[in-house]
Ligand binder design. Structure first.
Ligand code: F0G
Length: 489
């Protein structure tokens, strides 16, 4: 293999261990704060037991998300210095357009300020009242945008998808027979598109296989329905195809991504995940689709050559896209996640296997099996883990779901705490710290109790909603921490 393209890999140590070795060096650093547990208790109470409402000043490791917080490369920051300020016709935009065309081989490109802005435009252009939209799984903002336009989502995952412990390499696959059933039941005329999400976020960053995508394409061709690909995590999905699917080991990242793009009629992505701190793209080879979306961009985003992004962000995105094709860069986060997942699995913790993209996912339903789903075990786990470690994860369970018209919660299929691994941000000793504190919490899990709402927003309630602990379990958990760790942070 080209020496420049070596993946971040498990390097054998003389001692017998194997560790994922960082193939980058740290050149710009940011000071972190690890507050004493008493301060962390104050912070999580002030934040309404919602990790979105914590400040990074109160956070040691920010594992909330990879979105907009992957480490930037020296080449990206350098490119930002040569950005061409212009409202229209900026050369920065032209450079980015070249990269998008190179990567996705799509002719018509629309810029937007982030992923959900792309969903707004795709939703407004193609989703109408009564439409049915099959997908491998929803993402929160996707669901909100498609439903607001009158669409109904159908999640067509396989039996493996929601199994916490699995060895299946492609848990993000669609169930082809169920897809055919949904099309037969509702009729192709009511289905504007089939949506595939690369590295399916909410089920643990799990990829789909190229074989599965080809099968979906076949169904789409037979029924004359288009395929929309959410490519926000396409780099990692392509990486897993290269690692796990037969026939792909020798293909380049560029070839695999291109094949996925060729199987799609329309591709959109959040550049906050894919390559930079802001931005997004919609692209297609079909002029008719482009034409239906184009006028919405100046209306909601900005002129067609910036779409709500600054030229500096556009430059960073262009270089970031190019770097996505580099094995060394793209494999870093999955290899650290894999290390975390194997180690916590070995310690008997209920972590989703196999490791996927963007983060490690802990099954809060079994971690805190004594807490009923109506008392939000995933939210409770995130709050408890922050309290005892200063690490901020994200709730991906019933709090991230919605309230039904009858007043009850739509219970999540699976209660997860996500610990994101933004690319090239954490060191292995920080990962070891996370593993160690999580094991302590598991051994003391009976001390953790549930949560209840204090203030619940109507839309996307998980972002700014406030909750409180049921009973005084946080104080008891803190007391046990002090007993075991003394004065240590
Ligand atoms: N699609 C997927 C698959 C995503 O993961 C996200 C964002 C979006 C669309 C929306 O993009 O944030 O730029 O508007 N995921 C983030 C996360 C928020 O933390 O997983 P956005």
């Amino acid at each position: 293999m080209d020496i420049e393209q070596r993946p971040t890999e498990m390097v054998k140590f003389y001692s017998g261990n194997s560790l994922p070795l960082e193939l980058h060096k740290v050149r710009v650093v940011q000071k972190l704060h690890l507050l004493p547990i008493e301060k962390r208790l104050e912070a999580i109470e002030r934040a309404g037991f919602n990790s979105f409402l914590l400040s990074t000043r109160e956070t040691y490791l920010d594992m909330l998300t990879d979105s907009g917080c992957n480490a930037m490369s020296d080449r990206q920051t350098a490119a930002m210095m040569v950005a061409d300020d212009a409202y229209a016709g900026s050369q920065s935009y032209e450079r980015m357009e070249v990269q998008v065309k190179n990567m996705f081989a799509k002719e018509y490109i629309l810029p937007v300020h982030q992923g959900r802005a792309a969903e707004n435009i795709v939703g407004q252009a193609f989703v109408h009242e009564g439409d049915q939209i099959p997908m491998n799984y929803h993402f929160t903002t996707t669901k909100a945008h498609f439903e607001i336009n009158g669409g109904t989502l159908h999640e067509i995952y396989t039996d493996e998808a929601l199994k916490v412990k699995s060895t299946h390499p492609f848990k993000g696959n669609m169930d082809i027979n169920r897809l055919k059933d949904v099309i037969e039941t509702y009729g192709a005329a009511r289905i504007p598109f089939i949506r595939l999400e690369a590295s399916t976020n909410l089920i643990g960053g799990q990829p789909f296989s190229m074989e599965n995508m080809r099968q979906v394409r076949k169904v789409a061709d037979d029924t004359n329905i288009m395929i929309v690909l959410d490519a926000s995590l396409i780099g990692e999905n392509a990486w897993f195809i290269k690692q796990r699917e037969s026939g792909y080991a020798q293909k380049t990242m560029g070839e695999i991504i291109r094949e996925m793009s060729d199987l799609s009629d329309l591709v959109y992505f959040s550049a906050r995940k894919l390559s930079s701190s802001r931005g997004g793209i919609i692209c297609t080879n079909r002029f008719d689709l482009y034409d239906q979306m184009r006028d919405l961009v100046p209306l909601y985003e900005g002129f067609l050559t910036y779409g709500g992004m600054s030229v500096r962000e556009i430059e960073a995105m262009a270089v970031g896209l190019e770097e996505t094709l580099d094995n060394t860069m793209i494999s870093q986060s999955p290899s650290f996640i894999d290390y975390f997942v194997r180690k916590t699995d070995g310690l008997g913790l209920p972590v989703v296997t196999p490791g996927g993209a963007l983060g490690a996912h802990i099954d809060a339903g079994s971690f805190l099996s004594h807490i009923p789903q109506q008392e939000y075990p995933a939210g409770a786990l995130v709050a408890a883990f922050y309290l005892i470690s200063g690490i901020r994860g994200m709730e991906r369970g019933t709090i991230s779901s919605v309230r039904l018209e009858d007043g009850s919660d739509l219970l999540a299929d699976i209660e997860l705490m996500r610990l994101a691994f933004p690319r090239r941000v954490f060191t292995l000793s920080q990962v070891e710290y996370a593993i160690d504190r999580l094991k302590w919490l598991f051994d003391n899990r009976r001390l953790v109790g549930g949560l209840e709402w204090e203030k619940e927003p109507k839309v996307l309630r998980f972002f700014v909603g406030r909750l409180k602990a049921r009973g005084d379990w946080p104080v008891k958990l803190m007391a046990k921490f002090r007993e075991d760790f003394g004065d240590s942070l």
